[in-house]
Design a protein around this ligand. Structure first.
Ligand code: F6P
Length: 486
C-alpha cells in the first residue's frame, strides 16, 4: 500500500528535454549515502530508484558512501535490474541498505580524484546522487568538475538549509592557530525572519528524530513526577537546536538550544520555581549548548570524527553538576525524605535511538520525493545542485532544486543552519510563537496511521521471541558486485 502511494507521489509527468529524445540520454547513475545515517535514507534511495525506473535509467548503489570510491574494487549494488527495484530496498526501514561512512573526497588529492573518475567511467556512471548533509555537499564539489553530481538532503539535525537566501553572506572569518585554519562567526541577522522564505524547510530524518526525542521526554516525565526528580534529557543536533526545539512536543519545562548561551542563574531560578510547585522538572538540552562565554558545556572528550566534526559529549552531565552545586542537598531534604541533590538530578541521552528505526510518514514521503527529484535534476542536466523541500501556506510542502553555491559563503565554506533567534524565547526557554509556527506544518500530520498500526502489529509479534534478527546486510552482501566483475 505504502509503496503504491509513494509510486503515485512520484508519478509525475516525465520531464521532456532534448536529452529525453536523443541517444545521449542518461543511462546509468550512481547513488551513495554519506555522513551519519537517518531513518529516511532508504526512502530517498527508493524514491530515486522509482523515478529512475520510469526514466529507464540504471542505478548503481555505492557501498559505504564515498568510501566505495577509495576502493579500487568499487563495491556496488545494482538497485534496479530490469528497471524494478530490488526487494531489499524498503522505504519503511531505517538506516541505509548501502551503508554509510563519514569519508569524504579530498579536493587537494588530484591523484585520488583521477582514480575516482577512472573507476566511475569504467562503471559507466553518467551522474551521481549523494544523499547527505553539509559535509557531503562539501565533499561532492570536487566531483562536479567532471561528473554531474547532485545532493539529496538528509540529516536528523535539520541543519542543511538557510533561514533566508542571503544568510551565507552574514559570515565573517578570521585566521586562528588552534586548530590552524579559520574561525567563522556570524553577524546578527539582517533580515526579518519569515519561515516561508527558508531554503530547505526540513530535512528527511528530522521529523523521526523529533518523534523519538519528544516521546523520550514524555516518558521521562511520569517517572520524574513519581520520584520527585529533575530530569535532564540530552538530544542530538550538534550546534543546531532544531531537535531540541521540536522536543517541545514532549512538554518539557525548559528547552535549552545551542544557539542561545545558557544563562545559568535564570535556569536555576526557573528550576526552583517549577520544582516548588510540581516537585519535578524536565529539561531538554541540545548536545551543543554553550555557556555565557560561548564555550561548549560538554565536549569533555575533545575528539573529532573522520569528517573533522567535534564529537559532542557531556552537556547534560555538566548541566547536572552545575544544578547540584547550585541547589545543594538541603533544598531537597524536606521534600525528598532525606535524599540529596545528586539523587534527584539525573540525565538521560536519547542517543542513537533518535537516528534509527522506522521513519515516520513525513520522512518517508518527502525523503522519497527528494530522491525522485534528484534523479530529475540529473536528467535535466543539473550539476552541483541540491534538491530541496520548500513550504508555504498556499502550496504546502513541495520539492524544488537550487544551485549548491547558494549554501556556500564567499570562501566556499558551508555552515550548518542554526535555529534563528526569532524561533526561540530565551527568557522562557521554549519556542517562541514563530518557532511554533515553524514546527506546526512539519509535525501536525507527521505520523501516519500505518505508523501506529505498525507498532501494534510488529513489536509484540510472538515470532520476535524465537526468530533471530535477519539483517538486510546479509542479503545486500550477496548482491555486491565489484568493478573487476563488470
Ligand atoms: O549529524 C548527525 C549526528 O547524529 C549528530 O546529531 C551527532 O552529534 C552525531 O551525528 C553523532 O555521530 P556518531 O554517530 O558518529 O557518534
Amino acid at each position: 500500500m505504502l509503496r503504491a502511494l509513494l509510486k503515485q507521489a512520484l508519478n509525475v509527468t516525465p520531464v521532456t528535454t532534448a536529452a529525453n529524445h536523443s541517444d545521449s540520454r542518461m543511462k546509468r547513475i550512481a547513488i551513495l549515502t554519506a555522513g551519519g545515517d537517518t531513518p529516511a535514507l532508504n526512502a530517498s534511495i527508493y524514491g530515486a530508484v522509482v523515478r529512475a525506473n520510469q526514466l529507464k535509467i540504471e542505478v548503481f548503489g555505492l557501498i559505504k558512501g564515498f568510501n566505495s570510491l577509495f576502493n579500487p574494487r568499487v563495491p556496488h549494488v545494482h538497485l534496479n535490474p530490469l528497471f524494478c527495484s530490488i526487494p531489499e530496498l524498503d522505504p519503511t526501514k531505517g538506516g541505509t541498505i548501502l551503508g554509510g561512512s563519514r569519508d569524504y573526497v579530498d579536493p587537494n588529492d588530484k591523484q585520488q580524484l583521477e582514480q575516482i573518475f577512472g573507476y566511475l567511467r569504467r562503471l559507466g556512471i553518467e551522474g551521481l546522487i549523494c544523499i547527505g548533509g553539509d559535509g557531503t555537499l562539501n565533499g561532492l564539489q570536487p566531483l562536479c568538475a567532471r561528473l554531474p553530481t547532485v545532493l539529496c538532503p538528509k540529516t536528523i539535525d535539520n541543519d542543511l538549509g538557510l533561514n533566508y537566501s542571503c544568510e551565507v553572506d552574514e559570515h565573517e572569518r578570521t585566521p586562528c592557530s588552534d586548530p590552524p585554519g579559520y574561525k567563522y562567526c556570524k553577524n546578527p541577522p539582517r533580515v526579518v525572519m519569515d519561515p516561508e522564505q527558508m531554503i530547505n524547510y526540513a530535512t528527511p530524518g528530522y521529523a523521526t528524530a523529533v518523534y523519538v526525542s519528544a516521546g523520550g521526554v514524555e516518558r521521562i516525565r511520569t517517572t520524574a513526577e513519581s520520584h520527585r526528580r529533575i530530569a535532564i534529557v540530552e538530544v542530538m543536533g550538534r550546534h543546531s537546536g532544531f531537535i531540541a526545539l521540536g522536543s517541545t512536543y514532549g512538554q518539557p519545562d525548559l528547552v535549552l538550544i545551542p544557539e542561545a548561551p545558557v544563562n545559568m542563574e535564570l535556569v536555576i531560578e526557573r528550576v526552583k520555581e517549577i520544582y516548588d510547585i510540581q516537585k519535578n522538572v524536565v529539561i531538554v538540552c541540545g548536545e551543543g549548548i554553550v555557556d555565557s562565554t560561548g564555550a561548549p558545556l560538554g565536549a569533555a572528550r575533545r575528539s573529532t570524527d573522520p569528517a573533522g566534526n567535534l564529537q559532542l559529549t557531556g552537556a547534560s552531565e555538566s548541566l547536572r553538576d552545575q544544578l547540584i552545586d547550585a541547589l545543594g542537598d538541603d533544598y531537597f531534604r524536606n521534600s525528598r525524605r532525606g535524599q540529596g541533590a545528586s539523587e534527584v538530578v539525573f540525565t538521560r541521552k536519547i542517543g542513537h535511538t533518535q537516528r534509527g528505526g522506522r521513519p515516520i510518514a513525513f520522512d518517508r514521503f518527502y525523503g522519497a520525493q527528494l530522491g525522485g527529484k534528484a534523479v530529475d535534476m540529473l536528467f535535466e542536466g543539473q550539476n552541483d545542485a541540491v534538491a530541496i523541500l520548500q513550504y508555504n501556506n498556499e502550496q504546502g510542502f513541495y520539492v524544488d532544486s537550487i544551485g549548491g553555491n547558494a549554501f556556500r559563503d564567499r570562501w566556499g565554506h558551508i555552515h550548518a543552519r542554526a535555529v534563528h533567534p526569532a524561533f526561540y524565547d530565551a527568557e522562557h526557554m521554549r519556542p517562541s510563537p514563530m518557532g511554533i509556527e515553524y514546527l506546526l506544518p512539519i509535525f501536525t500530520d507527521a505520523i501516519g496511521r500505518d505508523d501506529v498500526e505498525h507498532i501494534r502489529e510488529t513489536l509484540f509479534d510472538s515470532g520476535n521471541l524465537f526468530r533471530p534478527y535477519h539483517s538486510v546486510n546479509t542479503d545486500i552482501n550477496k548482491r555486491i558486485r565489484f568493478l573487476s566483475d563488470e
